[in-house]
Structures are given as C-alpha cells and as structure tokens.
Write a protein that binds this ligand. Structure first.
Ligand code: PHE
Length: 457
C-alpha cells in the first residue's frame, strides 16, 4: 500500500471521518502554527494582523482548500494528474507543476527549522536549555544556528526521517501518528499557555494579541497575512488536492475544510498565547523574527515545576507536527515524479531528498557562512519563505480558484460538494461559488499588487 495508484485507478483512502480530518490536519498543523504564526504576527504588530489573517483564512484559504479537495476527489489523482484528468490536453496542469516547485522550495527552509526543533529535543533533555536568563536563552539559540555543521546535519536527519516515512506509505505513516499525537500537543500547549499568562508582566503580551492597532497596517503587512493563510492551511500548491483524492465519497468536503481551518487556527492562537506573554514578561521584543519560538518557550517551561521534562516533550511533539507537514510537502514532488513521469517511488524519493538537501543547505547556511549572500536584499532562507508565501502560493491558489470556479462545470462542483445530491447544502454551494469565482480571486489580485508595491490604498 502506498500513495501511488494501482492499475485500476483506485487509490488507498483514509479510513474514517476522523481519519480524514486527522490526516489533513497532519499537513496543516506544523511549524506554521508554533513557529511562523507567532514570528510573523510579532513582526507585523499583533492583533490587527491576526484579524486580517483570520479574514483571509476564511475568505481565501478555505475556498481554495475546498477547491483543491474537489479537484482531488473528482479526479482521483494528485496535484498535476488532477489537472490533466479534469482538463485533458490543456496547459492548466502547469499550475500543478508550479505547486511541485513551491513544495520543493518550502522544504528547503522548512527542513532547516525542523532541524532546529529536532536538535532542541536533545538540548532540552541534556538540561542545556535550563535557564531563566533571557540572554542565555538567546545566546544558546543564535550560537547553535550560526554554527556550520551541526544545523546542516540536523537538516539531513530531518530529510532522512521524512523520506523514510514517505517510502513506508500513507495510512501507516500519516494517519496513525497524527491521530494519536495532535491531542497531546494541544494539551501541552494549554499547559504552556496557563504558565505563560500567569507570568508577571504577561498582560502586555495578551494585549498585543487582542488589542488591534490598525495604524501599523501597510500593503506589505496585508500581503504577509495572506501569505501566512496559504502557508498555514497548506493550500495554493496542490497538497490538499492530493489529500482530497484520499477522502472517501461519503465525507463532506465543506465540513472537512471548516473543521481543519478551525482546529488549525486554535493551535496557532494557543501558540501565540504561550509565546507573547513570555516575550513581554522576559523583556524580549516581539519582532525577534525566526528565533522567537526558540528563545521564549524554554523559559516558559523553566518557570514551572518539571520544566525540563515538559520542554523535552514539547519539542518531541513539535518535531512530530513538523514531520507530518513535511510528509505532505516531500510527497508532492515524489508523487509527480512517480505518477506523471513514471519513476519508481524509491528513486523519486531519493533524488528529491538529495536535491532538497542541496538547495536546503543554502537556507541553513544563511545563518552562518552565507549570511551576507543576498538576492533581492534577502538571504536564501528569507527568500524561499518570501517567494513561496507571498508570490507563488497566492498565484497558484488564484489559478486553482479560477479553474474550479470557471473551468469546471457548476454541475460537477455542486455534485462533488453535495456528494451526488445526498447532502442538503445548496445554500452553501452558492456561497462557495461566489467566493471561489469572485471574492477570492479579486482579493488575491488586489492584495498581491498592493503588497508588491504596485499601488497604495
Ligand atoms: N501548513 C504547514 C504548517 O503550517 C506547512 C505546509 C505548507 C505544509 C504547505 C504543506 C504545504 O506548518
């Protein structure tokens, strides 16, 4: 059993409703929630940014996610194959290829951060992070990532682990692990939140999260919020198309999408509530960037009994969540090479992994020997993130929305959303069609153009 199709065109599916949601959440929940969401929120001023993010997640992210589900389940194929089957002989499939490239580029920096998270398990275990001194905590992190070999080797370990899981197959690999562990991560985050919000000086952090100040919002901020919505929900690159092809015919695509979005948002908000009170309580500034998670979380745990133990568990769970997301990313180029170009899964996995290690090393070394190597004013690490979040995923998402909204027939879309008429959700189908035909495309275009500086409000 693996992700590829058999000769009869039958794909192995997810076992149950809970399995579908757990597996999809396995892709959505990851470093995006505990690392990127807090750090981008911190850089963009807090509550106002979060409100804009929530707006985009529901008005753009959710309709695009449902569109990808529709494409995947209708065609019974992964991202590129879905376009080929639904619009044979047309260039639409190039959108799928752009998604494959996006997955590859995201992996190039995501594996770097995942490597830090893996490494932090062992640092936490050895007691090396047991400090409540902000300077020591900051130094431990920057000292580690500015080394050359250690972060690189951790990145390779991450790639090896993820590649091995990919070769082992979808059901075993994805469904079981996520189903068991997401609730545990959730609980541990709640423990963390309770400690963080009761720290002396926490209230400033809570205000940062909940008191919007719209004066700091610019076109670039709005674009960052939209990019985060795409990244967070794993949409705008075809991952959810592939997952859609595993969703059983009796599941509701709409309610799956809504549940995934809500659960994912809860995890992000919990991470925010764990991190920002600590940021202010310990005298950091919220705009610390990529290091925010790694500097604050150890100190939160160290301010409670059995802190070292909880901290270790936290990074184990974070590693698992990151790995779930990476499975879906890594699998995208692999599925393309295997299903479209006829490579064996093994060579597809090995070649993809080696290429990711090579390109990804430029991201990892951005914190050391390549720190001054910049393109468009950004290090490779920042450039991979910026280009995928703020340009490539919105563009790919735009085309996916247009494809499902205008190219597929309304009948097919309604049929897929209502499971052949057995779900009574006509009003919803109407709203969905308006969102996917007009609202999401218009919003994506306006935000992209203003964020890239073509015009100002
Ligand atoms: N959504 C994942 C996260 O938040 C990242 C991801 C993006 C996964 C795109 C797959 C596709 O960590």
């Amino acid at each position: 059993t693996n992700l590829s199709q058999t000769s009869m065109g039958h794909r192995e599916g997810f076992g149950s409703t809970l399995g579908v949601i757990a597996a999809t959440l396995g892709s959505a929940v990851g470093l995006g929630n505990i690392w990127k969401f807090p750090y981008v929120t911190g850089e963009n001023g807090g509550a106002a940014f979060i409100l804009i993010y929530l707006l985009f997640a529901s008005l753009i992210g959710l309709p695009v996610m449902i569109s990808e589900f529709i494409m995947g389940r209708r065609s019974n194929a992964a991202s590129v194959g879905a376009f080929k089957r639904l619009a044979p002989g047309t260039p639409w499939f190039l959108t799928g290829i752009s998604g494959v490239i996006v997955a590859f580029l995201i992996m190039s920096y995501y594996t770097s951060v995942a490597g830090w998270v893996y490494a932090y398990i062992f640092k936490a275990m050895s007691g090396g992070l047991l400090t409540t001194d902000p300077k020591v905590s900051e130094q431990a992190f920057t000292g580690f990532i500015s080394g050359v070999w250690s972060p690189l080797i951790w990145q390779w370990i991450v790639l090896l682990v993820t590649g091995a899981i990919i070769l082992a197959g979808v059901k075993k690999g994805i469904e079981r692990i996520t189903k068991m562990l997401l609730p545990v991560l959730f609980l541990l985050l709640i423990v963390c939140v309770i400690r963080a919000v009761t720290l002396p000086g926490a209230s400033e952090g809570i205000a940062f999260l909940f008191k919007p100040d719209f004066s700091k919002i610019t076109g670039a901020t709005i674009l960052a919020a939209m990019g985060l919505a795409f990244f967070k929900l794993s949409v705008g690159m075809g991952v959810m198309t592939t997952y859609g092809s595993y969703i059983g015919k009796s599941e509701s695509l709409f309610s799956t999408g809504v549940k995934v979005m809500l659960a994912d948002t809860c995890v992000s908000m919990l991470a925010g509530l764990a991190i920002f009170p600590a940021v202010f309580a310990f005298g950091f500034t919220p705009d610390k960037g990529a290091s925010l998670l790694f500097m604050t979380i150890p100190m939160v745990f160290n301010s409670m009994p059995f802190g070292g133990f909880f901290l270790t568990i936290f990074f184990i769970l974070a590693s698992i969540a990151a790995t779930g997301a990476m499975i879906s990313l890594f699998n995208t180029p692999v599925a393309y090479l295997n299903e479209e170009l006829g490579w064996s899964r093994k060579s597809a996995t090995v070649v993809t992994g080696l290429m990711m290690a090579l390109i990804g090393s430029t991201a990892t070394l951005s914190n050391s020997i390549l720190a001054n190597f910049k393109l468009f004013g950004m290090t490779m690490f920042d450039l991979f993130g910026y280009a995928t979040d703020n340009i490539m995923m919105p563009l790919t998402g735009l085309i996916i929305a247009l494809f499902v909204g205008w190219r597929l027939s309304k009948y097919d879309v309604a049929d897929e959303l209502s499971n052949g008429g057995s779900l009574n959700n006509r009003t919803f189908v109407k709203f969905y069609l308006i969102a996917v035909r007009f609202v999401a495309p218009a919003a994506i275009i306006v935000v992209l153009l203003s964020g890239l500086g073509f015009f100002q409000f």
